[in-house]
Design a protein around this ligand. Sequence first.
Ligand SMILES: [Zn+2]
Length: 152
Amino acid sequence: MQSCPMCTKWEADADLRIAELTHSYVLLNRDQFFPGYTFVFTKDHVTELFHLDRETRQAVMEEVTLVAAALYNLFIPDKINYELLGNMVPHMHWHVVPRFKVDRLWPRPIWAEPHDEVILSPAESAERVASIKKSIFATEPQRTLRKPEQEG
Ligand SMILES: [Zn+2]
């Protein structure tokens, strides 16, 4: 689909790429107001869970779960939030967000009130991407398609 921002996001936001899984891409959200805020979105342009065959749907849910576990292991939040809305961008994408009781919006949803964006420097962003990628691989090595690059 030409006009869908999710269909081109993997190409457009190459600096935020965390991992390519079997059915989905994992990408860091550019706004890191919520540290570790990550997108998991399907490679294919699908919009509803019930449009997927059972096997694919279960596999996608496993991938979302893997990313959530990896974020949990890395950030040790009080809760992981999973949001699958698609009103603005219907292409299936999860907002997987570590939440902390000390965050200003706790315990409300991440969109409860506006906040100033936290944009990391390129170096900080690369470091966060690398640490999440490493955590995904450590959490479930057999599920990732590519090993994390060697860190210096
Ligand atoms: Zn799309």
